[in-house]
Design a protein around this ligand. Structure first.
Ligand SMILES: Nc1ncnc2c1ncn2[C@@H]1O[C@H](COP(=O)(O)OP(=O)(O)OP(=O)(O)O)[C@@H](O)[C@H]1O
Length: 616
């Protein structure tokens, strides 16, 4: 039936339909997963806090300051022989800001502004950052330990070939290592130092943030380890010398020193879901094979015995990846687990400081603070709520935001399907099935190279995002009746199964390949569809999910994302579309726009993506 339908152009024109606030509120209020995100992106991510500004008040003003010409006691005439004065970065910043404001006033993102979901990071600040990182070319520029340098390509990046650091890696690795501040580097090596450094890493989705925080943390761990080993050796020599000089003293029995490393990790990485624990944990473990440290990952997807054995292994533990829920419950029973933490990394910080996670994250943070040397928060989107929280709680946090923050890369195209038009006439399910058939038949044409084309010819992977949990099952069943190999993923699915399902949409090297489950309803429906002789779309796998799979999951194998429902905020747009076009790859998003959907928002998001601008 589907095949007989005329193909609809994915990029048809939009009719502008603006919903009233009442309509939006009503539709948002239906169902848990349909609730709008309360998060609103911050307009001043890279801006230092008021306290920091106050602190800088007394400092001498720069020559470029607007007050630089006031109260001068000498004439500073410019030497005529010199070349014309270069415009300072502040001047450039001011001029770009001016243009930016004018452009927006000329009728920029009205709907997005009304929605207030995304914020501005000044384009001057973005340009300055771009300049700053443009000189860094390879990982060898960073003062990482040689063993870590040598492990980046073969272990962390699976021998990708010619690799160079991404913008966030160029920005964050030197800062976290303390390159710009030699004094800080020395103090980081000095265990007695009490000062805790705080960093916020803000960079677009799929830009390698994990490696940006992981490499410096491991580097610090290994340096401290080396210093401690030297000290122990020195102490032992001194002890031996002491023993030799006091021959007549009674030999005291060797005191038993319990292994201090058991259940006392030094680096903790917090992530919101069990799937992310596995993903980040895999990366940490792969580096540990050559760098030699003890990494463990724990989440509620593992049994109590496994969790205990990993955390309290007699060999000790250096790095732990966990969800806040599990770690907070463990530390309630045994607070000493956090007694030696020097590096706490909060990945997906916008989620982990959101209302549902915040109490647990803060509890862990408070308990770990006495020993903490570095706190790193990391996120692809900075909601206003998080921004103000950070300004209040961590006024001195160092903000490292990349030039493309809050933008969806231009290599990701956004197509729009008007569900109200022929042949769908309001039938979104049908529009979704037809879109998947079109992609399934044409995806190979969009491949970049021969190898990838071969992969895509084998299996095309498509993620369909819906706003409601119940809809995942309903839509999956419908798609199966239309010959599409679809699987539903929502919070009701067993955690272990969730990981297996997701793994076939992430990098093949991490893939554990989901096993067919005979009790699974979708699986039964698939069998039924085959029995009924429904023609199946070959080599295409579809995952129907809620926001569960929109954060952090490295779905590098996904080229197409279908937004069945229009996301409630631009934050959701960024995260959902961020599942494709990762790390320089091309991708395509298709949004199905029906009656009552915010067509104006979709249109502006598409324009912003086309221009490569931040969605503000
Ligand atoms: N320098 C690099 N060169 C090439 N690939 C890289 C580099 N750094 C990281 N990657 C790869 O990029 C992919 C995305 O990395 P990662 O998951 O850390 O992104 P992210 O910024 O955390 O994304 P998200 O915001 O969605 O969580 C991974 O497959 C990783 O192996």
């Amino acid at each position: 039936m589907l095949r007989s339908l005329p193909s609809l152009c994915l990029f048809c024109e939009l009719r502008t339909t603006v919903r009233t606030p009442w309509q939006q509120t009503r539709s948002m209020a239906q169902g848990r997963d349909r609730r709008p995100s309360r998060m609103v992106l911050s307009p001043s991510v890279a801006k230092p806090s008021k306290e920091r500004e106050e602190r800088d008040k007394g400092r001498p003003k720069s020559r470029n300051s607007p007050w630089a010409a006031v109260n001068q006691t000498e004439v500073h005439a410019r030497d005529a022989r010199n070349a014309p004065r270069q415009r300072s970065s502040a001047e450039l910043k001011r001029s770009t800001q001016g243009k930016e404001t004018k452009k927006k006033d000329d009728g920029g993102y009205k709907a997005l502004k009304m929605q207030q979901s995304l914020s501005t990071v000044s384009y001057g600040a973005r340009a300055a950052t771009k300049d700053k990182i443009s000189t860094i070319e390879g990982f060898s520029t960073f003062e990482l330990l040689p063993v870590i340098q040598d492990s980046i390509n073969p272990q962390a990046l699976k021998s990708l070939g010619d690799i160079s650091p991404t913008p966030i890696q160029k920005l964050a690795i030197p800062a976290l290592l303390g390159h710009q501040d030699k004094k800080r580097r020395r103090s980081a090596e000095e265990p007695s130092s009490k000062e805790m450094e705080q960093f916020l890493l803000a960079a677009e989705t799929g830009s390698g943030k994990t490696l940006a925080y992981l490499l410096p943390a491991i580097d610090a761990l290994k340096r401290v380890e080396a210093t401690e080993a030297e000290r122990t050796e020195r102490d032992e020599v001194q002890q031996q010398e002491k023993k030799a000089t006091s021959l007549f003293e009674l030999a005291s029995p060797e005191a038993h020193v319990p292994d201090q490393d058991t259940g006392r990790p030094k680096i903790i990485i917090l992530v919101p879901t069990a799937e992310l624990v596995d993903q980040v944990g895999e990366l940490a473990k792969s580096l540990s094979h050559t760098v030699k440290y003890r990494a463990a990952l724990i989440s509620s997807a593992y049994t109590g015995v496994v969790i205990r054995n990993r955390l309290f292994s007699p060999k000790g533990i250096d790095l732990l990846v966990s969800t806040p829920h599990l770690l907070a419950s463990i530390t309630k029973a045994d607070p000493n687990v956090l007694s030696r933490v020097t590096h706490l990394i909060v990945d997906e910080a916008d989620s982990l400081f959101d209302r549902s996670f915040s109490p647990l994250t803060c509890e862990i943070l408070d308990r770990a603070t006495p020993s903490l040397k570095q706190l790193v928060l990391c996120s692809a989107t900075i909601p206003k709520r998080l921004d103000s929280y950070l300004r209040e709680r961590f006024p001195n946090i160092r903000r490292l935001a990349t030039p493309n923050l809050h933008a969806i890369p231009r290599r990701v195209q956004l197509g729009i399907v008007d569900v109200e038009k022929e042949p769908y006439q309001g039938n979104k399910d049908l529009a979704c099935a037809d879109t998947i058939w079109l992609i399934g038949k044409s995806a190979a044409e969009h491949s970049d190279d021969a190898d990838e084309q071969a992969d895509w010819q084998r299996t095309k992977r498509i993620i369909v995002f819906v706003n409601e949990r119940e809809k995942t099952i309903e839509l999956t069943d419908y798609l199966i009746t239309k010959g599409i190999d679809a699987t539903a993923l929502n919070r009701d699915v067993d955690l272990r199964k969730q990981g297996e399902i997701l793994s076939s949409f992430t990098d093949s090297s991490l893939s554990k390949k989901a096993k067919p489950d005979d009790d699974d309803k979708s699986s039964m429906n698939r069998k039924e569809a085959r029995k009924q002789g429904i023609k199946m779309l070959p080599n295409t796998k579809v995952l129907v999910v809620t926001d569960l799979a929109s954060r952090g999951i490295d779905t590098t194998a996904v080229r197409h994302v279908v937004l069945y429902d229009v996301p409630h905020t631009t934050i959701d747009f960024i995260h959902r579309l961020g599942r494709t076009g990762r790390m320089g790859r091309r991708g395509r998003g298709i949004v199905l726009v029906g009656k009552g959907d915010r067509r104006d928002v979709v249109k502006e998001v598409r324009e912003g993506m086309f221009k490569g601008q931040a969605l503000i």
